[in-house]
Design a protein. Structure first.
Length: 274
């Protein structure tokens, strides 16, 4: 099968309106490696032009071929403009980051043989993970379901089933600065978001469900500047279906997640805006 015919088949079987959907992106990564035939440039260009979560697929394809081919197998035109410096943002703290890719490689190679060998017996799949205490995490707040039910712990993103079934919720947003924020309100069957009684987002039903701060659909997002203080946030759904996908996300203007509480994220605002 020709490469782009295969691409169409992958999309027909695994396609999703969410560009970060893992099954399709894993398939596109393998597709690019297979049809790239070991050619570094052809492979990463296939991954990039295949679409969807291309920064991840192209990076994975490039890293895989880097392991296989080594630096000699990467054309100079892809190395020289980038160099080998490792640059970290001011939000990356508490680690001793390598200065170059060579240093990172040397550090990794130095660990060979130093880790205890462990036979694989599959037991890892049988382990039960301890429950996450959401209440103990910074940034968690309590939503008041619209039907008067018990408060529900939540931080950001996908909303609890209790809130969906109640037809909405309200909560208090503790804004600690007067910097603007991005808000995404997205629901399969439509929703309305109010701040201090004012309608700020009316999300129509049927929008593509892409709850990403930088790629959510037009009509599901707005930039607001509420001002320092506590603000009443109210959410109303068009449906009380607890199975519908629905999210509300608060973000900085550089699209990194921002808390609804007073627990500001250290250094997040130092990251560059797009």
């Amino acid at each position: 099968m020709a490469e782009w015919d295969c691409w169409k088949e992958l999309l027909s079987r695994h396609g999703s309106e969410n560009f970060t959907h893992a099954p399709l992106n894993v398939a596109l990564t393998i597709w690019a490696l297979w049809y790239g035939g070991g050619d570094f440039e052809k492979s990463i260009l296939l991954a990039a032009n295949g679409g969807y979560d291309t920064d991840c697929t192209a990076a994975t394809v490039g890293a895989t071929l880097g392991f296989i081919l080594g630096t000699d197998g990467i054309p100079a035109r892809w190395i020289e403009p980038i160099g080998e410096d490792v640059l970290v943002g001011p939000g990356i703290v508490g680690i001793s980051a390598p200065k170059t890719l060579t240093e990172l490689t040397d550090r990794t190679v130095a660990l060979i043989g130093k880790l205890d060998a462990k036979a694989w017996d599959g037991s890892i799949w049988n382990r039960s993970l301890p429950p996450v205490d959401l209440e103990a995490l910074p940034g968690t707040l309590r939503l008041l379901p619209a039907d008067g039910g018990q408060p529900v712990a939540w931080a950001n993103g996908e909303l609890p089933d209790e809130v969906k079934q109640a037809g909405g919720a309200r909560w208090i947003w503790h804004a600690t600065t007067d910097e603007p924020r991005e808000i995404i309100c997205l629901a399969r069957e439509g929703a309305r978001l109010f701040i201090d009684g004012k309608l700020v987002i009316e999300c129509p039903p049927g929008l593509p469900y892409v709850p990403a701060t930088h790629r959510s659909a037009k009509g599901s997002r707005i930039r607001v500047t509420p001002g320092v203080g506590s603000h009443d946030v109210r959410l109303e759904f068009n449906s009380r279906d607890p199975r519908q996908q629905a999210s509300v996300i608060l973000a900085y203007c550089n699209f990194h997640i921002s808390p609804w509480t007073k627990d500001e994220i250290s250094n997040a605002a130092l990251l560059p805006a797009p």
